[in-house]
Design a protein around this ligand. Sequence first.
Ligand code: DAH
Length: 352
Amino acid sequence: MLKKLDQIQNDALQALQSVTDEDALQTWRVAYTGRSSDLMQVFSGLGKLSKEDRPKVGQKANLVKVALESAYEEKLKLLKQTALERSLQEEHLDVTLPGRPASHGRLHPATQTLRRILAIMADMGFQVFTSNEVETDEYNFQFLNFPPDHPAREMQDSFYVEAGNRGDNPLLMRTHTSPGQIRAMRAAVQTNPDNPPPIRIVLPGMCFRFEQITARSEIQFNQIEGLAVGKNITFSDLKGTLSDFARRMFGQEARTRFRAQYFPFTEPSAEMDIECFVCSGKGCPVCKQTGWLEILGCGMVHPVVLQNGGYDPERYTGFAFGMGPERQAMLRYKIEDIRYFWGNDLRFLEQF
Ligand code: DAH
């Protein structure tokens, strides 16, 4: 019996040598130390042995059991260790490799230009006033001195939203930011009807026109309207303010000129050009050989418009202007096609 126990131990340890993973180790454990293993058979047969043999065999069997159990523990440790080493080797992670770059969003070039204009105007004392994108015909046209059927409406073909039974006053998407002039004046008059306060505002926002979409015209675009109303405001205030704006926007050397123009809501009216910054006024394709780039429309607020805003044209005067940030961005960055602005093509947008 003692020999048999030696045999059991030898066989078990021998078999353990060829175990290479934890599954096989568990199988080994069941086979050599489990309930129906030869070793356990020895334990359960102890009762049948003689009184002298029983302690010797019992002791020996216990030794074998302890030996097998510690061999098992050791093997388990070894297998775990090699498994760890292997995974460290195979799943090798190089923490020094450069990471994937995070892509940063940025403001749209039209918004960048718009904000730059607003910042310059803020430095010059103009506050931002925002107004409705959906307007009535009254605000978009009539209060601005475009009567129904006035030919000047032809320049601003409109998207009508609702005509219904609104007669001469349908709803439309605003075709320019100028209706905000009336809203700003009326809001200011409310604060002091007898003696309305002076106004100095810029009014940014999207405008909409029913246009054929081409390289030069879009159905939606931003405008920035400006309005200054007060006592003794003259055309020289307009010229000074806008020339200063041009220098701040396009550089201290920017020369400007004013050309007479017609707008129903200003009188007199003008357009301001800046000297072409591509050719310094010599003439090139960007300025179409004229040496000048048209930047904005402007003029002295028409008395009828002041009146419609609630300001007495006998006591108050003012000037107004309107410009397009997309147009200025096109000139500044030499963008040839206005459709890029809403084309949503990253190859374009990422350049700004
Ligand atoms: N509202 C005009 C347009 O969209 C632009 C404009 C011209 C605005 C002259 C003004 C102005 O305030 O004085 O064509």
